[in-house]
Design a protein around this ligand. Structure first.
Ligand code: TYD
Length: 240
């Protein structure tokens, strides 16, 4: 592949050109952020674990009929993906109350949410990703009504598939964030990533936190925890 140019970077990965106009490269870094706080620390193997975890989950979703950005795994820390025009929204589904929902509405952590909730946040670091609704998205041109309804349907479909996957492995999918994009023909794809960094996972029986919240709470063994989550869903990330 020809020389790469970094187009942008988020907390967990850098996105590079690939030499093919229709494809980009996700390079997952080892930077671990204590969420929204400046600075990061390096966690050995984090990039590899996130890359392989994301690829595994996206393949499961593809098998369930959800169109994703994924093309193929390139290396331990890199995946080739479709080039998309990203819709600047974070779509959050919650099955159980945690995080910002509890802070915002005073709901007790662990409260079951039935039916699961669907929230939209505008991707804007300067404004700290404010919550928006469908009316604002339409009027301000973030997404069309047709795109919003497809995004919502796909986000809930992901919930059905992944809640079952994690439930079968003894875990509770508490909440997660998805992002979508459009290809050059206007087709919608699930983009960005699904990793233990972009969701909350609790042990089903003990409700012990197995995701990034461990890091936020200062718990040790984040990589060990992610590898254990992966093992339970059938993905071997242990070093051989
Ligand atoms: P949320 O509870 O709104 O925020 P926080 O995690 O800061 O308390 O997050 C809901 C889910 O979405 C959670 O699993 C983390 C994920 N998420 C991201 O991955 N990136 C983000 O920028 C945000 C806001 C949430």
């Amino acid at each position: 592949m020809t020389k790469r140019v970094e187009l942008y970077r988020d907390q967990s990965k850098s996105v590079y050109t690939s030499g093919n106009e229709q494809r980009l490269i996700f390079h997952f870094r080892n930077d671990a952020f204590a969420f929204d706080e400046p600075g990061s620390e390096q966690l050995d193997r984090l990039g590899e674990v996130n890359n392989k975890f994301n690829y595994f989950i996206m393949c499961k979703l593809e098998s369930a009929g959800i169109a994703t950005q994924i093309d193929r795994l390139l290396s331990d820390r890199e995946t080739l993906v479709r080039r998309l025009d990203m819709i600047p929204l974070e779509c959050v589904v919650r099955n159980v109350a945690a995080g910002s929902l509890c802070r915002r509405l005073g709901v007790k952590e662990g409260t079951d949410l039935s039916p699961p909730t669907f929230e939209l946040f505008l991707k804007n670091d300067v404004l700290h990703d404010p919550m928006v609704n469908e009316s604002l998205c339409e009027s301000l041109g973030f997404a069309t009504p047709a795109q919003l309804s497809e995004i919502k349907a796909q986000t809930y479909k992901v919930n059905t598939v992944l809640s079952q996957l994690f439930d079968d492995a003894g875990m509770l999918l508490v909440d997660y964030k998805l992002e979508f994009g459009i290809d050059s023909e206007g087709k919608l794809f699930l983009g960005d990533e699904f990793t233990p960094e972009s969701c909350r996972l609790w042990d089903k029986e003990t409700r012990v936190k197995l995701d990034k919240d461990r890091f936020r709470l200062g718990a040790d063994g984040i990589i060990t925890s992610y590898i254990e989550v992966a093992r339970r869903i059938g993905l071997d990330l242990s070093e051989h």
